[in-house]
Design a binder for this molecule. Sequence first.
Ligand code: IDP
Ligand code: MG
Length: 151
Amino acid sequence: MTVERTFVAIKPDGVQRGLVGEILSRFERKGFKLIALKQIIPSRDLAEKHYGVHSERPFFAGLVDFITSGPVVAMVWEGEGVISSSRRLIGGTKPLEAEPGTIRGDLAMNIGRNVIHGSDGPDTAAFEISLWFNSEELNNWIPADQVWRVE
Ligand code: IDP
Ligand code: MG
C-alpha cells in the first residue's frame, strides 16, 4: 500500500462543541502523521469551491452558510491507505446510521452537523489539500519513533 495524504476538517459544530482534542487524538492514536494543521474561518469562496460537487443540491446554500459560520480546524494527515482509512474512522455521512466507534457514530446525530469532513479519494484529497493549504504549510518530517514503524 502506498503512502498517501488526505484532507480532514473539523467543522464549526465540532469546534463549538469542544471536540477538537477528541478528534485529533483518534487520528494520532491510529498512528497517522500530522502534516499540517490550522484553524480558519473559511471564506464563502473557499467553502463553495470545497463543496462545489454539491452545488446543485438543495442543501448547498445551507451547507456553505454553516461551514463559513465559525472556525474550522483544517488538517492534512499522511500514512499508508490514509484516505480510505480516514473515511472509516469518520463513519457514514448520516450520523444516526454511522457505526458506533466511528467519529460520527459516537459524536453526532444530525447529517447537517456531522462534525468532520474527510476527502473521499485520491483526486479529491489532492484538490482539497491544495485548496486549503499552501505548499509551505505542509511539513515534511520524520517521527522520532519511525524505527518502530513497519514499512
Ligand atoms: P461526506 O461528508 O460523508 O463525504 P457528502 O455526501 O459528500 O458526505 O456530503 C457533504 C456534506 O454535505 C455532508 O457531510 C453533510 O454535512 C452535508 N449533507 C449531505 N447531505 C445532506 C442532506 O441531505 N442534508 C443536509 N446536509 C447534507
Ligand atoms: Mg464528501
